[in-house]
Design a binder for this molecule. Structure first.
Ligand code: GRF
Length: 205
């Protein structure tokens, strides 16, 4: 996983794995910020945590190449972004085509980019929510996997709305990962089809 901040989505994913609800191995958490709380959460659960700040490299490309090397060395198949505050370059996205996921605190395509709950309040929408999507070359533009709506209440501030959206994020992200790793997502152009679960095979002898 790549995370820059508090890591509550990381925590939701770790919890789902530990409850046996998400059959993935969380190999490592990489952050561009040394002091990201996400790194501490990972270490607390015995997950490798690496800080790769851009300032430690000659430039962003070298930092991105270092991330690539770390992922390749560990045989990582899937990259989940949660509050990772840097845009991944096109070559990186192409390398992991439809294998990079992101979560965003709005119902995309409304309010992409920074401070989505602030944007929702300022615009006056009555419903917002969260979106889990594949990452493509744009900012918050990739094919949508799952969305969960959240009503905007009359006295909501950006903070209260963001907090209610976050609760839905913690349900949506593990669910999207579960669908992906169980082979139930098919990308067709912009659309992501969710396939029915494979039938249980019963063998009678
Ligand atoms: C979440 O609101 C997510 O939607 C956005 O960044 C925030 C990350 O929160 N992309 P956390 O670090 O997972 O707590």
């Amino acid at each position: 996983m790549l995370a820059s901040g508090r890591g509550s989505n990381l925590q939701a994913i770790i919890d789902a794995i530990e409850r046996g609800e998400l059959p993935v191995t969380l190999t490592c958490v990489i952050s561009d910020r040394e002091n990201a709380a996400a790194l501490g959460r990972a270490r607390h659960h015995g997950i490798e945590a690496l800080a790769l700040p851009v300032s430690q490299f000659p430039g962003p490309t070298q930092q991105e190449q270092a991330i690539r090397r770390h992922l390749e060395d560990r045989g990582v198949e899937l990259v989940a972004l949660a509050g990772y505050m840097r845009i991944l370059p096109a070559w990186f996205v192409a390398l992991y085509r439809w294998r990079i996921l992101n979560i965003h605190p709005s119902l995309l395509p409304a309010f992409p980019g920074l401070r989505a709950p602030d944007q929702a309040i300022a615009y006056g929408v009555k419903v917002s929510g969260c979106t889990v999507h594949f990452v493509d070359e744009g900012t918050d533009t990739g094919p949508i996997i799952l969305q969960r709506p959240v009503p905007v209440l009359p006295d909501d501030t950006a903070e209260t709305l963001a907090a209610r959206i976050l609760r839905e994020e913690h349900i949506a992200y593990p669910e999207a990962l579960r669908l992906l790793v169980s082979g139930r997502l098919r990308v067709e152009g912009r659309r992501v089809h969710i396939l029915p679960p494979a039938p249980r095979v019963e063998v009678h002898t």
